[in-house]
Design a protein around this ligand. Structure first.
Ligand SMILES: Nc1ncnc2c1ncn2[C@@H]1O[C@H](COP(=O)(O)OP(=O)(O)OP(=O)(O)O)[C@@H](O)[C@H]1O
Length: 661
């Protein structure tokens, strides 16, 4: 019934091999290896309840795209299986009976399928990227907004670098659930079912025979996968270790330390040792990967050889057609990759779900400081500030940070002790309150309560008679301006930095603010004026210049309440005069709370509040407090008098002269 194979078989074999390679999905061994080398311990982890349902809510907007995507993937898998069957007919009904019209017709069908397959691949990639990237986009924007809304304590606790990289990894991991896992699981299941079904229909004996080799492959593959996962994990740690060392040594402060104290040769040797470990593990990983891939190809090749061997004999004996033999071999090539991936499907899905869970954990973090529903705006007109029996302790890491960041968060997880004890201070509208006290007394802490970076643990902070917890964040940010000691500027133009305070300010208003802050001459001299880029990687400004720009930013906002931390750094007399004038402009007519380091500010103050160990120990005006003696008089003698003397020794300056007793 079947003509002897003869030389037509050998010709066809070469042709088929090429065809097999084209038709089989070239990525499969790689995908299988990636899947096998995932950390399999995740499969045993339990997810928090509702995670799966919540993931589906993110998929909901893409429902139509997902259905279309899956339909394309299934169709593609079906097409891939039809090709070997067509080859069977082509050989059995065309080549062997020497009917060239059948050969031509079926070749054209195979070509058409290849064309459709190519189109489907592009369409499925288009869908999967739309779904995946869309999902990443949704999650990213949501997480960014949510993290920004966290209190400042969150940022002081969480290591920003690890938070950012973790979030990036997790968001990308979560995306993979929808693209690679979803498509791989569906297409692999369809492929395996169709391929095994077709093979069984062609020859159940040969199919069962070739499937016997599967467990022989899967067990070592699983072990090898586990080894690869642990190697990859070690590689990541070693790389991070090397990276940290590099960043630490290459930033200005670190480089300076190396220059002054370090021994470059020792540094180099240490670095070489770390880099060496990275190299060794890289070689191991490459070797293990190759062994894995080669083993996969080898088992598939052995199975194919077996099919050719037994099937060939059957063909010689006339119990199997040549076409069936070729089709079986081609089908077999499509079996091992999907089977391997499916054996690890639970680990794949759990890895993706755990990424989602971690992102949800961030999204579920309740900000400690937040606007309550029904919050109101601060009343119009001048505003007074009152602290009413305020006590405060800094929150612990557990209150503000993430459980899953625990492993990377450093240091102390406890909160602080009580930092402010029963503080009652009042600043009527338009008054200037100067805070003084030794280092660590709680001055900065007190000012951060006024700008509501934290809420007090007990008592209340009121502005314009309203408890800050009842006030909208927008109105608070609009009406309360803060200048910190270390004025921070974004890496952006001067104009953009200033507009950050009030995006609708006109150029005229900007120039007026710069003039009042005594910085307009400097800005005018810069080559690009307002469009000069400043900040970390831009034009370098001196401490005094930065502070004056920060004051200009504040003036532009024109808040009713000003919270100011005066710079302690000694500026040269010219800068000092300029900063002082800028400050006078900033404080003029506003309710101000100033951590005072300058005698001039202290003299101007309507009330001086002396803090020590978180308690108010003295209040009054300069002369009263001096007369009283005690801590203020001591501070005056040690801190402020130095400044007064220093100023008196400097070249005459109008502001200083005016304020010197
Ligand atoms: N984020 C924080 N978490 C925990 N404790 C903190 C935090 N910030 C400050 N503290 C503690 O609170 C206390 C008061 O600090 P604060 O910065 O308010 O003092 P200060 O009077 O402004 O000091 P200085 O004049 O040196 O700036 C200190 O004991 C400090 O260790």
């Amino acid at each position: 019934m079947f003509p002897g194979p003869g030389e037509s078989l050998s010709v066809l074999r070469g042709w088929m091999k090429g065809l097999q390679e084209v038709c089989s999905v070239g990525m499969q061994p790689w995908m299988a290896m990636r899947s096998m080398s995932r950390d399999s311990s995740v499969a045993e982890r339990s997810l928090s309840p509702g995670t799966r349902r919540r993931v589906l809510t993110y998929a909901a907007p893409y429902r139509a795209a997902i259905i279309a995507f899956l339909a394309v993937v299934v169709l593609d898998s079906v097409l891939v299986v039809t090709v070997p069957l067509l080859i069977k007919s082509l050989v059995d009904d065309g080549v062997i009976p020497k009917d060239s019209s059948v050969v031509v017709r079926l070749s054209l069908v195979v070509a058409a399928i290849a064309l459709v397959d190519a189109v489907l691949t592009v369409i499925s990639r288009w869908y999967s990227s739309r779904i995946g990237e869309g999902l990443i986009n949704d999650l990213r924007t949501q997480v960014f907004g949510h993290v920004l809304r966290q209190p400042i304590a969150f940022f002081t606790r969480a290591q920003t670098g690890s938070l950012v990289s973790r979030l990036n990894n997790d968001v990308v991991g979560a995306q993979q659930a929808f693209t690679s896992v979803l498509s791989n699981v569906v297409s692999n299941i369809v492929s395996v079912v169709l391929v095994v079904g077709a093979m069984l229909a062609l020859s159940w004996q040969l199919t069962l025979g070739s499937l016997l080799l599967v467990p022989l492959f899967l067990v070592p593959a699983k072990l090898m996968g586990r080894r690869l996962a642990s190697l990859a994990h070690r590689q990541m740690t070693l790389n991070a270790d090397m990276g940290t060392r590099m960043t630490e040594r290459f930033n200005v402060a670190g480089a300076l330390l190396v220059k002054l104290f370090g021994q470059p040769a020792r540094e180099e040797a240490e670095y070489a040792e770390r880099a060496g470990r990275v190299r060794d593990i890289g070689i191991q990983i490459a070797l293990n990967r190759t062994i894995f891939m080669t083993a996969l190809t080898l088992v598939a090749a052995l199975a194919t050889a077996m099919v050719y061997g037994f099937g060939g004999v059957m063909a010689v004996n006339g119990t199997l057609s040549v076409g069936t033999l070729l089709a079986l071999a081609a089908l077999l090539a499509r079996l091992y990759g999907p089977l391997t991936s499916l054996s690890n499907v639970r680990v794949d899905i759990m890895t993706a779900l755990i990424s989602f869970e971690r992102v949800f954990e961030v999204l579920d973090l309740e900000p400690l400081v937040k606007e309550r529903p029904g919050a109101v705006s601060l009343p119009d007109g001048p505003l007074g500030v009152e602290l009413d029996h305020v006590s405060f302790r800094y929150p612990s890491a557990d209150e503000v940070s993430l459980a899953s960041l625990e492993s990377v968060a450093s240091g102390d997880r406890r909160g602080s002790g009580v930092v402010l004890h029963d503080v009652t201070v009042g600043a009527p509208a338009g008054h200037l309150i100067a805070l003084v006290g030794p280092s660590g007394a709680g001055k900065t802490t007190l000012t951060s309560l006024v700008s509501r970076l934290y809420d007090p643990s007990e008592g209340s902070v009121r502005i314009g008679g309203l408890d800050l917890r009842d006030v909208t964040m927008t109105s608070l940010r609009d009406r309360v301006g803060v200048v910190t000691q270390e004025a921070h500027l974004f890496h952006d133009t001067i104009r953009a930095n200033l507009l950050y305070a009030r995006p609708d300010a006109t150029d005229d208003e900007i120039h007026a603010a710069l003039r009042a802050a005594q910085i307009s001459d400097l800005v005018a001299e810069l080559p690009e004026g307002l469009d000069t880029v400043v900040g970390d990687r831009g034009h370098r400004l001196s401490g005094g210049e930065k502070q004056r720009l920060a004051i200009a930013r504040l003036l532009l906002k024109a808040p009713d309440v000003v919270v100011l931390d005066e710079a302690t750094a000694h500026l040269d007399s010219e800068s000092e005069v300029a900063v002082q004038r800028a400050l006078d402009a900033a404080l003029e007519g506003r309710t101000s709370i100033v951590i005072a380091h300058r005698l001039s500010t202290i003299r101007q103050a309507d009330l001086i509040v002396v803090l020590d160990h978180g308690r108010v120990v003295q209040t009054g005006r300069h002369s009263e407090l001096l007369a009283q003696g005690g801590l203020y008089a001591d501070l005056h003698a040690t801190q402020f008098d130095d400044q007064a003397m220093a100023r008196a020794e400097r070249a005459p300056d109008p502001v200083g002269a005016q304020l010197t007793p």
